[in-house]
Design a protein around this ligand. Structure first.
Ligand SMILES: [Fe+2]
Ligand SMILES: [Fe+2]
Length: 301
């Protein structure tokens, strides 16, 4: 008790500036005028589902010692709000394009009430597996587990924002680009928080470093594991990162950034995950291939 950590993140400033994603300059009418390929549609569905899932991740986080830390819980309060609006943004984007799976109830005037995908979200949660195995750890018992949660969060925010950049690279849809750039700005702040927290807790604490390294190597799975099927997780990874040198380079950068944290030298969990996905696709022809695309139920006109 009484120790002072230097956290390189201004929580006060973050809390004062936190707001719902501003989509006021999105031209919704433009969205159906530009094509999305099947891979793009798969990615936007995946992103919508995992953004909407953030509140469940929060539930698990609050069952740990992280709940005792006012700076962390204040951040999480705004973070989960911002993530909800990311999910809604992708939902609205898909609907404007003409896809809604399953079709959701409408208000009498034909508009859609918030939250926009209650049936889909309920279905996803019913099917839920154990996504992040962090939930399995008796983390209330071990103080250094907050360091693990913060490092885990940093990897997840960084892989998320990196995925959004890769989708910009792969898709030619100008409005999707515009929306992704906006979401990326939020994800950058989220990553900065988790990274700063992880760094402060790992600095001068080799025991925490060992726990974090061990747990990430044994337990880390890509964002969306448990929410999406194993094949869907692989399909996204291969579509965004496994297709070209730019994708592989982005994966390498994520590992380089995380392994620059104190005590995590040489750690490469994200690259290992991509390699396993590539291996599975190689061993099972058709696995996570172009056939695996989101069902394209078009909206009734
Ligand atoms: Fe997000
Ligand atoms: Fe985020």
């Amino acid at each position: 008790m009484g120790e002072r950590r230097v956290v390189e993140f201004d929580v006060d400033r973050y809390l004062r500036n936190s707001k719902k994603l501003d989509l006021s300059d999105i031209d919704w009418v433009e969205i159906p005028k530009h094509p999305l390929c099947d891979g793009d549609v798969m990615c936007v569905h995946y992103m919508m589902d995992i953004e909407t899932h953030t509140v469940i991740y929060l539930r698990d986080l609050l069952a740990t010692r992280a709940a005792n830390e006012p700076h962390v819980t204040a951040f999480l309060s705004c973070w989960v709000y911002e993530e909800l609006w990311h999910g809604e943004a992708f939902s609205d984007f898909l609907r404007a394009y003409g896809i809604e799976t399953p079709v959701e109830p409408k208000l009498p005037d034909g508009t859609t009430a918030l939250p926009t995908r209650p049936s889909r979200t309920a279905k996803v949660r019913e099917q839920l597996g154990i996504g992040h195995k962090l939930a399995l750890l008796p983390s209330m018992l071990i103080r250094d587990f907050v360091a693990l949660h913060m490092t885990w969060g940093a990897i997840n925010e960084l892989t998320t924002l990196s995925s959004y950049y890769q989708l910009i690279r792969r898709s030619e849809h100008p409005v999707l680009h515009q929306m992704l750039h906006k979401v990326i700005q939020d994800e950058r702040r989220h990553f900065a928080f988790y990274r700063a927290q992880a760094k402060a807790r790992l600095t001068g604490n080799p025991t925490a470093g060992r726990i974090v390294r061990w747990a990430l190597q044994k337990l880390w799975l890509p964002v969306g594991a448990g929410v999406k099927s194993d094949e869907e997780v692989d399909a996204l990874a291969l579509y965004l990162f496994g297709d070209a040198p730019e994708g592989r380079a982005a994966i390498g950068e994520i590992d380089a950034t995380i392994s620059s944290l104190p005590g995590l030298d040489g750690l490469r969990v994200v690259e290992d995950a991509l390699e396993l996905a590539l291996e599975r696709a190689h061993l099972k022809p058709g696995w996570a291939g172009p056939a695996l695309v989101a069902p394209r139920t078009m909206l009734a006109a």
